[in-house]
Design a protein around this ligand. Structure first.
Ligand code: ATP
Ligand code: MG
Length: 274
């Protein structure tokens, strides 16, 4: 009798433990996978040599992640981003955006997904110089077939959210570098993208504008619940992320998935053991 009770309780304990474990796992990766990168390999042909740039890269991006891809200059960050965006075909491996295998699509289908579903901000924004700030922000929507009226309304809303509506009739190049980068954020967000991608977005900015942009990104991620993938070699951003992918010489050196792990990684980066 005792034995049965005991084995019953230990069964219950086991069940509880399993439940707890599954809650923990769910908590850690609270949401669905939005990007899957599987065994990517990419090389560039330089004269007669094939130079490997990305080597067996695999990772996932979860909905509402603020993922930073961190690594030194030349390690392959922008190349990786371009492959994820569908701009550079890999030698092998796959990129899955939601349920779509990017490279099973043709180039124009990939361009269509990029135009409608992915927001991108680069270090140096490019503008249609003949258009105002407002028209530049509205342009991605007009390109995807939205009526001009809707596009302009949504662009204005984005500019207002960022405190930029007073600049709507300026030419983008009349704004400071920091203001231009905020406008390019508004332009990337206007199509309500699945994921916002940024490649070294504050690389050309002074530290005050840099701080403003990174604060905006934190809000866009936390309050706006937008998934963000940002490429940078800047240490000072790491603690804003919930996950950090460390890229070194074209390889994933580690993925740090909690504030504790990121702090530890940052300490090791700043004070490497001798
Ligand atoms: N089109 C190309 N043809 C040949 N080599 C290339 C090409 N694009 C990138 N590379 C090489 O791939 C490597 C990685 O470049 P990448 O631009 O991805 O680095 P990164 O990590 O973004 O650097 P940074 O922080 O300086 O922007 C570099 O050695 C670069 O010279
Ligand atoms: Mg780069």
């Amino acid at each position: 009798m005792m034995k049965t009770t005991k084995s019953l309780t230990s069964n219950l304990d086991l069940k509880k433990k399993r439940e707890l474990h599954s809650i923990k796992v769910k908590k850690k990766h609270h949401s669905t996978v939005v990007i899957k990168v599987n065994h990517l390999e990419k090389s560039f042909q330089v004269s007669n040599n094939k130079i490997p740039i990305l080597k067996d890269i695999s990772f996932k991006v979860y909905s509402k992640d603020f993922l930073i891809i961190f690594g030194p200059s030349g390690c392959g960050k922008s190349t990786l981003l371009n492959v994820i965006l569908g701009l550079e075909e890999p030698d092998s491996g796959e990129v899955i955006l939601r349920d779509t295998k990017t490279y099973s699509l043709n180039e124009s289908e990939r361009a269509d997904i990029r135009a409608k579903r992915l927001g991108v901000v680069y270090q140096q924004p490019t503008w249609i110089r003949s258009l105002s700030v407002l028209d530049n922000v509205a342009y991605p929507l007009i390109l995807t077939g939205e009526s001009r009226r809707n596009a302009i309304n949504q662009a204005l809303r984005r500019l207002e959210e960022m405190g930029l509506s007073k600049f709507r009739n300026y030419a983008p190049t009349e704004l400071s570098g920091g203001q231009q980068q905020k406008v390019s954020l508004a332009r990337a967000l206007v199509k309500n993208p699945w994921t916002l991608f940024l490649d070294e977005p504050t690389g050309n900015l002074d530290s005050k504008s840099e701080e403003e942009i990174i604060k905006m990104l934190t809000e866009i991620n936390r309050k706006g619940k937008r998934t963000i993938v940002m490429v940078t070699h800047n240490y000072s951003f790491l603690l804003r992320a919930n996950r950090v992918l460390h890229l070194l010489d074209g390889e994933v050196k580690g993925i740090h998935e909690s504030i504790h792990e990121i702090q530890q990684f940052l300490r090791n980066q700043l004070m490497p053991e001798v």
